[in-house]
Design a protein around this ligand. Structure first.
Ligand SMILES: NC(=O)c1ccc[n+]([C@@H]2O[C@H](COP(=O)([O-])OP(=O)(O)OC[C@H]3O[C@@H](n4cnc5c(N)ncnc54)[C@H](OP(=O)(O)O)[C@@H]3O)[C@@H](O)[C@H]2O)c1
Length: 253
């Protein structure tokens, strides 16, 4: 990170950034990068407590918070607890998510419910719950982790891709609603990033994807975290309703 970017983030009192799903993968990298940039980080997790604590130990002033975001009441309780224990939330990174892949004829309605309840509804709820505090503060950043497949579609991922496409439409809408309150809302859309989520894919599928990436490598969680940290910084003050694609040029499937 450039000296300028880092110094522009370190204000007199550190601002609170909440990263959901920060125990592993992209979320953990975002938490670490925002911590390095001077934010006080709320590290959210669902089940991976040891990993969340390990992330916290690397970030001065970080705290961990457990919640199953598929439970709507837990979403509200999470925001209330963080505000009470750490102060107003200046940056929300909606990162937690799952993938369940299946071609349409065999897709299970209950899996679609799980995807909606984990990937999409918490993005709506958490954004809603932080928005009032951000309106009072007349500033804030909401950064939603979408996906390249929300743009391109992908065979076998109609359920997952539709949650990610919806996140993009949601973000563009709230950017227009909240802009006059100084709240900036953007997406980061990762391509194929090396995490537990993608490690689960068969080797042949990974090789097929790699062949389609112009930059000829998989992305890293840190590649995504760099874009998130930029959008949280003072250097992104005139950017809202946008999506930064972090995909090595892989826009086709
Ligand atoms: N990896 C990629 O190539 C890729 C590409 C495009 C978009 N994305 C998106 O990027 C985000 C992060 O992906 P990743 O690859 O880093 O995933 P990951 O390694 O599988 O980690 C997922 C995170 O989400 C949390 N989580 C899952 N279900 C949850 C629930 N019900 N309530 C609360 N937290 C929950 C997990 O918490 P616990 O471990 O504590 O349970 C974990 O911290 C996701 O939204 C994903 O869709 C990833």
């Amino acid at each position: 990170m450039s000296q300028g970017l880092e110094s522009s983030l370190v204000n007199s009192s550190p601002k609170v950034a909440l990263v959901t799903g920060a125990s592993r993968g992209i979320g953990a990298a975002c938490a670490l990068a925002l911590g390095q940039a001077g934010f006080k980080v709320a590290v959210h997790y669902r089940g991976s407590e040891d990993k969340a604590l390990a992330v916290c130990e690397k970030i001065p002033g970080a705290r961990s918070f457990k919640a199953d975001l598929a439970d709507a009441t837990a979403c509200q309780a999470l925001i209330k607890t963080i505000v009470a224990e750490m102060g107003p939330i200046a940056v929300l990174v909606n990162n937690a998510g799952i993938s369940i892949d299946q071609i349409l004829p065999f897709a299970k309605p209950e899996d679609f419910d799980s995807l909606l309840n984990t990937n999409l509804k918490p993005v709506f709820l958490l954004s809603k719950f932080v928005s009032k505090g951000m309106m009072r503060a007349k500033s804030g950043r909401i950064i939603n982790i979408a996906s390249v497949v929300g743009y391109t579609g992908n065979p076998g991922q109609s359920m997952y891709a539709s949650t990610k496409g919806a996140i993009t439409a949601f973000t563009k809408s709230i950017a227009q609603e909240l802009g006059s309150f100084g709240i900036l809302c953007n997406c980061v859309a990762p391509g194929f990033i090396k995490t537990d989520m993608t490690d689960a894919l068969p080797e042949a599928a990974k090789e097929g994807i790699l062949a389609k990436i112009p930059l000829k490598r998989l992305g890293t969680p840190e590649d995504v975290a760099a874009a998130v940290t930029f959008l949280a910084s003072d250097n992104a003050q005139y950017i809202t309703g946008s999506t930064i694609h972090v995909n090595g040029g892989m826009f086709t499937n």
